[in-house]
Unconditional design. Sequence first.
Length: 110
Amino acid sequence: MLTYSNAERFLKAIGEETRLKIISFLTQDSFCVCELVELLQMSQPSISQHLRRLRQSEIITEEKRGKWTFYSLNKEHELYTLVLHLISILPTKTENIQSLIIDGKRVLCD
């Protein structure tokens, strides 16, 4: 059962524009840090700090693929459906991902 304390931690973790954008991208696919750097036009350390916060709240998961780490939404999180609903009412980020593919930057870490 969701507690007020858990809800507060969750809302604080997602309550920042960059983290909401990261979550929005992760509703589409899994991404590595280097791809998120391109999508968000931010530094790698900054992106990593945002990912760390989301990971600590168990909103996202990480998967090692060779020497790279890919991030995705945690579908087992008790508020996963709330995350999906929230992202569905925000502006879409699909065009950013399409631009990444067209520019040949979709998989920078291979």
